[in-house]
Design a protein around this ligand. Sequence first.
Ligand SMILES: [Zn+2]
Length: 76
Amino acid sequence: MNPSTQPVDQPPPRKTTLYCFNCGHESTVDGDWEIRKYGRCADYDCPECKTTITTRPRTSDTLTAGNGVSCYCSGD
Ligand SMILES: [Zn+2]
């Protein structure tokens, strides 16, 4: 008997859901997007229509806030 213990509905941590504006495909950021990493950024491509949905900074890197807001691939 554990009167003080009751099941608590803990919602799973919300993950950002990305939507393809071209074909409507949707998935979480760590879903089935095709991620192309380059430099300090990563492109998220739709697995269905190959549209680049978004470009996000790679979280593994420590980016200086306010220094270069936009991801820019300068190429080599
Ligand atoms: Zn798509």
